[in-house]
Design a protein around this ligand. Structure first.
Ligand code: ATP
Length: 895
């Protein structure tokens, strides 16, 4: 018999499990050994050796190796060995950079690995989906992706979208009864939930019957090529730029070689020098360093509790101009405590804080016994029954497992001495229509000991008010007249004005024979019982974050399902709602087209009582106004807006799998302030990339120009090939990487967001590269000529040029840290850079002063007094331009 044909007991027998306690840890271990991990196998990854050898596939490196081999055969053995050694060291550097990039991308994947709720050792736990074994009991609710193939044993309005398997995008309703249909297709197995499919509504529970490659998904795994690009727009642009740079570098090299040969230099020497120059000047390491900088930035974001799921988002983050954020849990603490209760005509207050069930009820400051006030007791009872949450005591503290709003209702009832067990002895829950943010309510159908049935609905007061035909007033049922409606509304607004979140409770008696199948039938003709108002304090750090964003040219917009007055009160506290800014409600939004919204959207700071589908409209209107939008969300219905936003942000704690999968950024702590930190980091990463592009290119321009100038002036070669390669190795490697780790410049959050179409060389970067490069080349040449014309040995003049070129670059690297000038930042702030520069200096000094290396590098020890020349010339390019910057600034200030 197949699993879908069996009933619950038969499956439990076959799979040797227990629906009350789940599997034991020991049994899980055994089954993992037997069945393996619950993962779909992926294709082979390139081996480390392959990555290493791929470093040599670069055309110019191959030419260099070829040329070296020839020179080796011609007798220049030491030169040949040294060059090959440098090429190998370079390859190692590239290899480690690439490995690091790969590893951090993998770590990133691990972090966003899917999880499931499983029953193990009698307790529900969140476990990694890959650890699931056959026989595990799983539960899932709207927004979850199913972790394995599961035979359902519980379904509460459960609907699953199975398009990944069947291509059919309409969700399928799920039941638990055994199927008797012969050979049903996947789409017909209504009592099964399959790995990789999505719960779109309700909740359910089931027993795992297949994992990993044995699942329906595993059987078609080969077809699922997850080829999502992790390349960022900048990386793509740099790739194109790389091609241009290679061509330019090659042309210039050819020019150097050509001019050199015309000036009477030996063809073979010029060829080797040219190839070395090409290898040095081509910024082959750029893509790898960019990836490393991006992934290191991503690691830093993880430390700040933001996980980047799609690398391109790192760049887009720096361009964000509007953040649309949920209120509950993101801007507030999601720690709710009921402080007020209201039933027809009377208000009570509650004391106590957090989720501790200690506290009392008061009427006008007088302590009262809530159980002696019937409507209040009813309000609390129904609030506790129409509820999914649990309040648990953990290390002396009380926490909520489930929705905090529901937790608060539980705690309020507990303060009146009610317990859920006690209530479940009196009432049986026969049906449930789960909460969704579209309806903004949840209902249950309960049966009492006498067989009487009731619908109990809890939800947004304005919604319930529209569905209520009567109201409990001073414990008597009365028609919901216009006046009564107004009085209830006033009560709601009174609570909301104190920034309280409000929940209304209503009920309806049913005749015992009535069977209600739809929420639509249940949620009408209700009797309005009353309200509970709960505080949800703002997160203390949000106010500062909102201000920091404003300073950075980023507007914060609150989007909430909550009542407009509650939303306004909290938005004002947080500095989001400023004088002149507008509030729009969901119902107004429904009647507006995207174009109409576009006209006003710039002025709106709060959207209240919205449904998830409104979010898409808001994103579109803002994007049409040219904004780069970050949008948060957690539910299934938020996914389209998250996807459409430039930066989709999902909540790590409360977010559903669907929201997370649609997002490019996940907030581990669900905190608004984390978005701000991620934006800051995003801006910094981009600036750091600009810094090392500037550094590498200016250095390369300097290297080429010194050679070109020398050839044009009919001078001997200022650098021999191996020196060129050494300069490249020493300056391009560590210092460039260290720039990628640089701290943000002080004003990174004081500037307006970057325009998304802005080129890499914008804001004067291109000029900086050319001007610094030109001066570095010129200064090196002057140092060389000074010594050469003084009549010194050519090798000595070359050593001077070599030292000047390296030192000029190592000074210039500090200049690259700032958009302004070298003097605007403390040079010792970036420790990595200081160490990188020190090690580069050691490597240069080593080849200049260590006698065994001198013949290999064609160097001669520099005498102390000549260092004045070297240092002076090396410092000239940076200080000359810094001086001109300062002068222009002083002039501007004077004007
Ligand atoms: P945000 O969009 O900022 O997260 P929110 O949590 O208030 O705000 P929803 O979850 O869509 O947004 O809730 C909308 C309204 O539905 C709430 O204001 C509340 O009145 C009601 N509500 C929230 N949770 C429940 C629940 N578990 N049961 C019944 N009604 C609820």
């Amino acid at each position: 018999m197949k699993f879908h044909e069996m009933n619950e007991r038969e499956i439990v027998d076959v799979l040797k499990t227990d629906c009350k306690t789940g599997l034991s840890e020991k049994e899980v271990k055994n089954r993992q050994k037997q069945h393996g991990l619950n993962v779909l196998e992926e294709g082979e990854k390139p081996s480390a050796l392959l990555i290493f050898f791929s470093q040599f596939k670069d055309f110019m490196v191959l030419v260099l190796l070829g040329a070296t081999l020839i020179s080796g055969l011609l007798g220049e053995v030491i030169d040949a060995i040294a060059i090959i050694a440098i090429v190998v060291i370079n390859a190692f550097l590239g290899f480690f950079q690439e490995r690091k990039a790969e590893k951090s991308l993998e770590a990133l994947k691990e972090l966003s690995a899917p999880q499931v709720q499983a029953l193990r050792n009698g307790k529900w736990e969140k476990i990694l989906s890959k650890e699931v074994v056959p026989g595990d009991i799983l539960k899932f609710s709207s927004g979850d992706r199913i972790g394995a193939d599961v035979r359902l044993i519980e379904s509460k309005s459960l609907e699953i979208e199975e398009s990944a398997l069947t291509g059919e995008s309409v969700p399928v309703q799920k039941f638990t009864e055994a199927l008797r249909v012969p050979n049903p297709g996947i789409g017909d197995m209504e009592n099964m939930a399959f790995m990789g499919t999505l719960v779109t509504r309700g909740n359910g529970m089931g027993i795992v019957v297949a994992t990993g490659m044995k699942t329906a998904m595993g059987q078609i795994a080969d077809l699922l090529q997850n080829a999502e690009s992790m390349e960022t727009p900048l990386q793509r642009r740099l790739e194109q730029l790389g091609k241009i740079l290679i061509t330019v570098a090659l042309l210039l090299t050819v020019l150097v070689v050509g001019v050199g040969v015309l000036q009477g230099h030996d063809l073979y020497t010029m060829f080797l020098a040219g190839v070395s120059l090409a290898v040095a000047a081509i910024p082959e390491g750029l893509p790898a360093i960019v990836t490393v900088a991006l992934s290191l930035g991503v690691q830093r974001m993880i430390k700040q509790k933001a996980i980047v799921r799609k690398l391109p988002a790192v760049e887009t983050l720096g361009c964000a101009s509007v953040i649309c954020s949920d209120k509950t849990g993101t801007m507030t603490q999601n720690k709710m405590t009921v402080t007020h209760a209201w039933t027809g005509g009377s208000t009570w207050t509650l004391d106590g804080g957090g989720y501790s069930p200690e506290g009392s009820f008061y009427s006008r400051g007088e302590k009262v016994n809530p159980n002696s006030i019937k409507p209040l007791q009813q309000l609390l009872t129904f609030g506790m029954l129409c509820n999914h949450a649990e309040v648990l005591e953990k290390n002396g503290d009380y926490v909520v497992d489930g929705d905090p709003t529901e937790g608060a209702l539980l705690v309020a009832a507990m303060k009146a001495g009610l317990t859920r067990e006690g209530l479940l002895n009196q009432f049986q829950i026969v049906n449930e229509f789960p909460f969704d943010s579209q309806r903004k309510m949840m209902s249950i159908i309960i049966k009492d000991k006498n067989g009487r049935q009731f619908v109990v609905t809890k939800g947004a007061p304005d919604v319930l008010l529209g569905l209520s035909t009567s109201v409990l007033w001073n414990d008597r049922q009365q028609a919901m007249t216009k006046e009564r409606k107004q009085e209830v509304q006033q009560a709601v607004e009174g609570l909301a004005a104190d920034a309280l979140r409000t929940i209304a409770i209503g009920f309806k008696p049913l005749s015992s024979a009535t069977v209600i199948l739809s929420e639509h039938e249940a949620e009408k003709d209700l009797t309005f019982i009353g309200l509970q108002g709960m505080i949800d304090p703002p997160r203390p750090e949000v106010k500062t974050a909102v201000k920091e964003c404003r300073d950075a040219g980023i507007k914060t917009v609150m989007i909430t399902g909550d009542h407009v007055i509650t939303a306004k009160a909290i938005a004002s506290q947080l500095g989001i709602l400023t004088p002149g800014s507008k509030v729009i409600e969901g119902k107004t939004l429904s009647g507006m087209s995207v174009e109409e919204l576009e006209d006003v959207v710039e002025d709106v700071s709060v959207f209240a009582r919205v449904s998830p589908e409104h979010k898409l409209k808001i994103v579109k209107a803002l994007q049409n106004r040219g904004h780069v939008v970050a949008m948060t969300g957690d539910g299934v219905n938020d996914a389209p807006a998250i996807k459409a936003a430039d930066i989709g942000v999902a909540m790590g704690i409360t977010g559903t799998d669907v929201a997370k999968e649609a997002s490019s950024l996940v907030l581990l702590d669900d905190n608004f302030a984390t978005i701000k930190s991620a934006i800051k980091e995003g801006r910094n990463i981009y600036e750091n990339i600009r810094k090392f592009i500037r550094y590498l290119l200016a250095s390369n321009v300097g290297e080429i120009l010194v050679m070109l100038f020398a050839m044009l002036l009919a001078l001997p070669l200022p650098l021999v090939p191996i020196q060129i390669l050494w300069v490249n190795l020493v300056t391009d490697g560590l210092p460039a990487m260290a720039l990628g780790l640089d701290q943000p410049e002080g004003d990174v959050m004081k500037r307006a967001p970057r325009h998304p179409k802005e080129g890499v060389f914008a804001r004067g970067l291109g000029w900086k590269v050319v001007s610094r490069g030109f001066l570095i080349g010129l200064a090196t040449l002057i140092a060389f000529m000074t010594i050469y014309y003084r009549g010194d040995d050519l090798a000595y003049a070359q050593t001077i040029a070599f030292a000047t070129l390296v030192l000029a670059q190592l000074i210039h690297v500090f200049d690259c840290r700032s958009e302004k000038s070298i003097f605007s930042r403390n040079p010792f702030e970036n420790k990595y850079l200081v160490w990188a520069v020190i090690s580069s200096l050691v490597l240069v000094m080593g080849v200049i002063y260590y006698p065994p290396l001198q013949p290999i590098f064609h160097t001669v020890a520099i005498v102390p007094k000549d260092w004045m020349l070297v240092v002076g010339m090396a410092a000239l390019p940076t200080f000359l331009l810094a001086g001109s910057f300062l002068a222009s600034k002083t002039k501007k200030n004077m004007i």
